[in-house]
Ligand binder design. Structure first.
Ligand SMILES: Cc1cc2nc3c(=O)[nH]c(=O)nc-3n(C[C@H](O)[C@H](O)[C@H](O)COP(=O)(O)O)c2cc1C
Length: 249
């Protein structure tokens, strides 16, 4: 039996759901990247499960990749809400640049959680969830049968992602809480970048946001609002237990 490290980042549970399916198939340990301080290179097999952010990768994924020992082989499963936009190739090039051997990169459609601009209709989310096991199993069977594939070089112009990421912290200041906030502190405890704190007994957002939107989607009171407006839809994957997001399993 292989010793598999299943590393994930997730703010609304889609990646955790996939990570659990990986574990069902290959066994291993599910590890939440922001609270992982071990040596990932010690695992015989490394599978990284991650959402796509702004046609690229969330910062914790890039940080993990840069810490893995050179020459180590990894497999990446990316999931996304609408458009991959070259994120597969981008993370491939990033990992190769860091000296890793990328066995394969797989992309999977899951419900959209970037709802700050617009939300897809409910029925769309329902259909994607209803059919996701089929897509996940297809990917897992490919991994099992060593049918790895790597993303081709894109013909499109150079990615702007790495530049965009440098500005993500700025959206942190656009969040605030409304009168529904009961100061339970959940947002503080789940924020992967320690960007939220109590300041003078008020929930305060600093400038280290990595734009995961976990606080916004998972506030039990729906009290966190964006740009002072409370008109955006929230999402948490209904197929997992929300309290497991951020846990090692
Ligand atoms: C900041 C941010 C940026 C995103 N950018 C993209 C994107 O470029 N393309 C896309 O298809 N989905 C994008 N998404 C949607 C997520 O990739 C998708 O909903 C994913 O399944 C969420 O996974 P999680 O529930 O594990 O966090 C973005 C989400 C966030 C929060």
């Amino acid at each position: 039996m292989k010793n598999t490290g299943i590393f994930y980042f997730s703010s609304t549970g889609n990646s955790l759901y996939i990570a659990k399916k990986v574990k069902e198939k290959f066994e291993g340990k599910i590890l939440y990247i922001p609270s992982y301080f071990g040596n990932a290179s010690e695992f015989e097999d490394i599978i990284i499960v991650t959402p796509i952010y702004s046609f690229g990768m969330p910062i914790p994924i890039l940080e993990l990749i840069s810490k893995i020992k050179q020459g180590k082989a990894i497999t990446i499963i990316q999931n996304y809400g609408g458009m991959i936009g070259g994120a597969d190739r981008l993370v491939y090039e990033y990992a190769v640049e860091k000296g890793l051997v990328v066995k394969g990169i797989f992309t999977l459609k899951m419900p959209e959680n970037f709802t700050l601009v617009m939300s897809p209709p409910k029925i769309y989310k329902y259909i994607i969830l209803k059919t996701c096991d089929r897509r996940i199993n297809k990917v897992l069977n490919k991994i099992e049968n060593n049918q790895f594939k790597l993303p081709k070089k894109k013909k499109t112009k150079k990615q702007t992602y790495l530049k965009n990421k440098a500005n993500w912290h700025k959206i942190g200041n656009r969040f605030s809480v409304n009168e529904k906030c009961v100061k339970c502190g959940k947002c503080i405890s789940i924020c992967p970048s320690q960007n939220i704190s109590f300041c003078d007994d008020n929930i305060t957002f600093a400038d280290k946001c990595i734009a995961c939107l976990g606080c916004f989607h998972r506030c039990p009171q729906k009290a966190i609002i964006y740009n002072k407006k409370d008109n955006k839809k929230r999402y948490v994957n209904p197929l997992i237990n929300e309290n497991e997001i951020g846990k090692d399993l």
